[in-house]
Ligand binder design. Structure first.
Ligand code: NAI
Length: 338
């Protein structure tokens, strides 16, 4: 049997089809880059998600092992593994949601933009596959630099004539997760009670936490605002340095990616008022892409919310963020058009 059938754990094809169709109205989800530092815990957490009925794990390395391992978990989702470029299309056909954590991570001293040369090409190839095999799927882009890889994905989809801006979402959820955690620490609250919008993009000064809009409402001193903004903007670097050359955030990223993917699936299912921050094609500013709060629904992004009232500190941050974002977006578009 083909490799992907050998990797379905102990289920026969008929049994598997039956379960995939079966009682639970689950979604079909593919993870591209499933064997990586993010990919593995992300695959595990998605296997535990009751909204998922079929989980396709694709990578250019090690998917047989990861798939065999995860397929033994006694949860509902059926798991299939796909290895190498020649199995990309099989991995994508019929998917409702595709999550992309494929590509190299940072080492100490690197910016996310330093990853561009390798990751831009990876994201482009994967998106060409999506355009061909599951053009209506929701796509969650994790691969960095998100500020450029999302515009690359959009260009690939435009070229294929299938671009639907509602369905392409850059994952900035880890910035929100970090912000809620760091803010809760300062306020002495349970992080689950804290909600702060983070807008702009996903790199350095483009990460703009709107601390003036924190829920529950409260105010910060200038020192607290400076400390929090700087820690949030450098949260990724904090992890890169602590890991000392072995990679960047993987576990907190997998947690954040699942939180975000679950919101996308709940939107698809028709749940009301599902709102998250995401880097999307947007008219909130003059830039073609921007991260802000979006409402998720049957078609992906159903509504993009305006930024709301900003403090003077945040307005200055927004100007800086836009300048860097514009350059990163243009770099992505130029690469894809080349
Ligand atoms: P990793 O190196 O541990 O894993 C990457 C995986 O991608 C590997 O298994 C590799 O085989 C696979 N891969 C490489 N080329 C591929 C291709 N053409 N097709 C399919 N798979 C391919 O890296 P890690 O730590 O999992 O990070 C992945 C990406 O996520 C990086 O670009 C990193 O910068 C980004 N990231 C994004 C964050 C965000 O907030 N959006 C946060 C943390 C990381």
């Amino acid at each position: 049997p083909p490799v992907h059938l050998q990797m379905e754990g102990n289920l026969g094809l008929e049994q598997m089809k039956c379960r995939a169709k079966g009682g639970s109205a689950g979604f079909k989800v593919a993870i591209l880059g499933a064997s990586g530092g993010i990919g593995q815990p992300l695959s595990m957490l998605m296997k535990m998600n009751p909204l998922v009925s079929l989980l396709h794990l694709y990578d250019v390395a090690n998917t047989p092992g990861v798939t065999a391992d995860i397929s033994h978990m006694d949860t509902n989702a059926v798991v299939r593994g796909f290895l190498g470029q020649q199995q990309l299309e099989d991995a994508l056909v019929g998917m409702d949601l595709v999550i992309i954590p494929a590509g190299v991570p940072r080492k100490p001293g690197m910016t996310r933009d330093d990853l561009f040369n390798i990751n831009a090409g990876i994201v482009k190839t994967l998106c060409e596959g999506i355009a061909k095999c599951c053009p209506k799927a929701i796509v969650n882009v994790i691969s960095n630099p998100v500020n450029s890889t999302v515009p690359i994905a959009a260009e690939v989809f435009k070229k294929a004539g299938i671009f639907d801006p509602r369905k392409l979402l850059g994952v900035t959820m880890l910035d929100v997760v970090r912000t809620n955690t760091f803010v809760a620490e300062v306020l002495g609250l349970d992080p689950r009670e804290v909600d702060v919008p983070v807008v702009g993009g996903h790199a350095g000064v483009t990460i703009l936490p709107l601390l003036s809009q924190v829920k529950p409402p409260c105010s910060f001193t200038a020192d607290e605002t400076n400390y929090l903004t700087s820690r949030i903007q450098n949260g990724g670097t904090e992890v890169v340095e602590a890991k000392a050359g072995t990679g960047s955030a993987t576990l907190s990223m997998a947690y954040a990616a699942v939180k975000f993917a679950e919101s996308c699936l709940r939107g698809l299912r028709g749940d009301a008022s599902v709102v998250q921050c995401s880097f999307v094609a947007s008219q909130v500013t003059e830039l073609p892409f921007f991260a802000s709060k979006v409402r998720l629904g049957h078609h992906g992004v159903e509504e993009i919310y305006p930024l709301g009232p900003l403090s003077e500190y945040e307005r200055a941050g927004l100007d800086k963020a836009k300048e860097e974002l514009a350059a990163s977006i243009n770099k992505g578009v130029a690469f894809a058009k080349k």
